[in-house]
Design a binder for this molecule. Structure first.
Ligand SMILES: [Zn+2]
Length: 328
């Protein structure tokens, strides 16, 4: 083992989605087991199409999520996916601390399945995987920027009902949509915080720092999903540092969606973060869809001289310290 391999053990994944943390093989099987008519009838073509090996437009990239969430939309689809997400993380990437993001309302066939059942089955099969592998895992319940405030209220009510029962965080994801208001969403996040849930907030790489400013003003989450555009704003970086807000940076995801030109571009960004004391971690975001994982992320950043061995050690420790278990 080389020096890097020696430290890439006991890793933590803070930012990964259930949709893109499972293999296309499992999605194919789940679709057939449930009698779902897929748009692709040939197995090999499906497998090829469900793994991105090229760059893809940021909005188009999210079409993949619609397909996958449709296949995962049942208690059976969710439980099998969560189970695989845990063991894949451990076997492929030495992950022993794992947070999985799941939007239950994107997986209940618009009310056909009970939301409680979706969350319950996710928890039970996550626990089952935890008995098989030395992984500590829990769920981040997320809402969607496209949802109404009423839908978000229902989802966060569920998160609060399950708070402490392996549901520890809440989040909002999906790219920008018209009429999305951080201010309107804020009361739901603050209510979740009152119920002892931790808060993270996808405020994407594609957006201007304006939204991050609003997120800081109205919510001040414990972590921010991505948040890399903050590197353009020294004042904002100082505020993030002062309030100990941890960024969940996902380099391959940003490069694949053409929001960052190359891995090299992360060098200057991380230098700025370090200069301003901004806390950042490295995550996979969409490990199976983009054929990456936390280990590979560190490897590519090391190979491109973006992060040193010391930087990587610091990121690994910070990720562990920023996860729920280590905050207690
Ligand atoms: Zn994400």
């Amino acid at each position: 083992m080389n020096a890097l391999d020696n430290i890439l053990v006991d890793l933590t994944e803070l930012h990964t989605h259930l949709s893109t943390s499972v293999t296309p093989h499992l999605l194919w099987e789940l679709a057939h087991r449930q009698g779902i008519a897929l748009w692709e009838k040939d197995y090999w073509s499906f497998i090829e199409k469900m793994q991105i090996t090229w760059t893809v437009d940021f909005q188009k990239f999210h079409d993949y999520f619609d397909t996958i969430q449709m296949i995962q939309s049942s208690p059976m689809g969710v439980e099998a996916s969560v189970h695989e997400a845990v063991w894949l993380s451990y076997r492929k990437s030495n992950i022993t601390t794992l947070e999985i993001r799941i939007n239950p309302m994107r997986r209940n066939k618009e009310g056909l399945f009970d939301l409680d059942r979706i969350i319950f089955n996710a928890i039970v099969w996550m626990r089952r995987a935890m008995m098989e592998y030395p992984v500590k895992a829990w769920l981040i319940i997320e809402t969607d920027r496209r949802f109404t405030l009423e839908q978000t209220e229902i989802i966060f009510n569920k998160a609060i009902d399950f708070a402490g029962q392996w549901v520890i965080w809440v989040d909002v994801s999906w790219p920008n949509v018209d009429n999305f208001s951080v201010k309107d969403l804020a009361p739901h996040f603050l209510r979740a915080r009152d119920a002892w849930l931790w808060l993270t907030f996808h405020t994407w790489e594609a957006q201007s720092p304006d939204e991050v400013r609003e997120v800081m003003k109205y919510i001040t989450p414990d972590r921010i999903g991505h948040g890399i555009t903050t590197a353009t704003d020294p004042k904002l970086m100082d505020e993030l540092a002062k309030k100990w807000v941890v960024l969940e940076v996902c380099p391959t995801s940003n490069v694949c969606t053409e929001l960052v030109d190359s891995y090299d571009d992360f060098y200057d960004m991380f230098q700025l973060f370090k200069k301003h004391g901004v806390l950042f971690t490295i995550n996979a975001d969409n490990p199976m869809l983009l054929q990456t994982n936390v280990k590979k992320e560190f490897q590519v950043l090391y190979d491109n001289n973006v992060l040193t061995l010391k930087d990587i050690k610091d990121c690994i420790k910070l990720a562990r310290d920023s996860s729920f278990l280590h905050r207690l």
